[in-house]
Ligand binder design. Structure first.
Ligand code: GLU
Length: 578
């Protein structure tokens, strides 16, 4: 008989236990959120533990990224490695150090919180020895295996989401708990996870359903270890809570492969259209022969070997070094998969959390919008569903837009300025994101922003050089406003140009706007007839924020320069299309 489940009688302890082998996936963030919320709801503790026993695949960069992303989401642990110096939290004003040493700052009484360090301290060896002594495990070819089969009996456990799981003794094989010499005598994932959860007092193991089948082994380990009495450790099984998978609308599991798929589909399409060799040389920007040189002999600047490329295209490899390289070269937008992708794409942390909480958890009453405080009060296990949850990007975007729209104007302006500083150096260098003009721009675009880069992309003309604005007089609205009706718009623009010339540079946009109003009124013509040609001249399109704001940001000389170019091109267009 397995020992009685005591977990409900102990203070709640949950943990998030990522393997630092890559970036924090949005599904990992949901696991962390559920574990965090459950601990908060029950006034318990939430632990961050780094499972880095796979030395080859683990990296400090990945650990740093995971800690940074959790901090961005606001999911702070009570124990574990800590994010250094959150600007808002510590107030030193220095801001976070992106290169922090993740091993250096670990807080809590149950450390260290890196399994590599725990292994070095001999924590796992100690329990392996006890199991060997007790006859629960044995050594073969240097590896230690846990006895299963008739020795252990049938294994039954109840998952809080998926219900009772039962496997017969005859179907259970002995399994390795510590690898042999070749594996560095390191504990396997199964063993380390169980020992650590028990030593750290974890009462609720919340994790993705891909671990459901592993849980049979974990249950067996708890039972075996429970036979070894040690005063200070409770080997009672925890409550297991496995969360449903997050899937794409097409039904596939949402994974980093989705990015590779997009890149591969693009490559295949291009190869079909322009031929393989031609495409490779476009991508690499270098001669195909140079590309064929192996990586380690390639001259500087050649980052993609023919081999990498071939393997990526035929699907042998999903290596995103190659994928990202091609995506950058070809300006592809890849689907957001990791927390950092969503951050870069201009989503807000609170919106991400709200949205991912709905993937698999249902707060009831058709409620959809809530914050972390709500989760702290209401999150519980009984409303986690079994069926896979579809990641709906449009819905997330709509949530993000709603939240951005509802922000006080100043907050929105600050957020957008921070975003520009972090990810859009092109805007930063253009120096347009300071002062009143920036505030006015933000106020004008806030209403239509879904993700932070939207207004930057839609108004790219603001930071382009004057001669980079392209004019196309063929689309209907442009034709109507400019070249149509015998070039009526051209004449109105010329009329304005003459008045703009005499306006002061200070507050140019406001003065220009007034000019448009007055001129239109005096002429008895609809104001839009004057305004549209100006919009086209400064932006190349008929859609811009209000002209006073737009022209203030551009300034007088840029405005006049663009009007002149536009007039000249519009006239040429009319002559050639007469
Ligand atoms: N380290 C495991 C992973 O990243 C998690 C194990 C667990 O939560 O028990 O998938």
């Amino acid at each position: 008989m397995p020992p009685e489940d005591q977990s409900h009688k102990r203070p709640v302890v949950t943990r998030f236990a990522p393997s630092p082998t890559g970036a924090l996936h949005i599904g990992g963030a949901r696991t962390a959120l559920f574990a965090w919320a459950y601990a908060r709801k029950h006034s318990g503790r939430f632990i961050l533990r780094i499972e880095d026993t796979d030395r080859k695949r683990s990296s400090p960069e990945s650990t740093r990224g995971i800690i940074r992303d959790l901090a961005w989401l606001g999911l702070f642990s009570d124990e574990g490695p800590k994010y250094p110096c959150m600007k808002s939290a510590c107030g030193c004003g220095k801001g976070p150090d992106e290169d922090f040493d993740p091993y250096n700052r670990q807080l809590g009484d149950n450390g260290p919180y890196f399994q590599s360090q725990r292994a070095e301290q001999g924590i796992y060896d100690h329990y392996v020895d006890l199991l060997l002594e007790a006859g629960e495990a044995y050594e073969e070819d240097g590896a230690v295996r846990l006895k299963m089969g008739d020795h252990r009996g049938d294994i039954v456990f109840t998952d809080a989401v998926y219900g009772e799981i039962k496997v017969k003794a005859a179907d259970l094989e002995d399994f390795v708990i510590r690898r042999g010499e070749d594996g560095g005598k390191l504990p396997t994932f199964h063993f380390a996870v169980v020992v650590d959860d028990a030593l750290m007092g974890v009462t609720h193991v919340i994790r993705g359903q891909e671990h459901l089948s592993n849980t049979i082994k974990h249950a067996a380990l708890y039972d075996a270890l429970a036979k070894i009495t040690e005063d200070n450790v409770t080997w009672a099984r925890p409550v297991w809570v496995h969360t449903p998978s997050i899937i794409n609308p097409g039904g596939s599991k949402m994974s980093k492969r989705d990015k590779a798929k997009v890149v591969r589909a693009y490559c295949k399409n291009q190869i079909e259209e322009i031929g393989r060799d031609e495409f490779i040389s476009t991508v690499s920007g270098v001669d195909l022969d140079i590309l064929r040189i192996p990586d380690d002999e390639a001259p500087d600047g050649v980052n993609l070997s023919d081999m990498d490329f071939a393997e990526f295209i035929d699907g042998t490899s999903d290596d995103m070094n190659t994928g990202n390289y091609i995506a950058r070269k070809c300006n592809l937008t890849l689907p957001e998969i990791n927390v950092d992708d969503f951050k870069r794409a201009g989503y807000l942390p609170e919106v991400c959390l709200n949205y991912i909480a709905l993937l698999g958890w249902n707060p009831g009453n058709d409620l959809e919008r809530f914050d972390l405080d709500f989760l702290k009060q209401h999150f519980d296990l009984d409303r986690i569903g079994k069926s896979n949850s579809t990641f709906d990007r449009e819905k997330l975007k709509a949530f993000n837009g709603d939240t951005l729209r509802a922000l006080p104007a100043d907050d929105f302006a600050c957020l957008l300025a921070d975003y520009v500083k972090a990810y859009r150096q092109d805007w930063g260098e253009a120096g347009v994101f300071n002062g009143d003009d920036w505030q006015a721009f933000c106020a004008a675009v806030q209403e239509r922003t879904h993700t932070l880069p939207d207004p930057l992309d839609a108004n790219a003309y603001l930071i382009k050089s004057d001669d980079a604005i392209q004019y196309d007089f063929t689309p209907k609205p442009v034709r109507k406003a400019m070249t149509g009706n015998g070039g009526a718009g051209i004449r109105l623009l010329e009329e304005l140009r003459a008045v703009f010339d005499g306006l002061p540079e200070e507050n140019f946009g406001h003065a220009a706007h007034e000019t448009i109003n007055k001129t239109a009124e005096a002429a008895g013509i609809n104001m839009g007839k004057y305004a549209q040609p100006v919009r086209i001249a400064v932006s190349g399109s008929t859609v811009t924020p209000p002209l006073d704001v737009t022209l203030d940001l551009l300034g007088k000389s840029a405005t006049l320069e663009r009007i002149d170019r536009c007039l000249a091109e519009a006239k040429t267009h009319m002559e050639t299309h007469a």
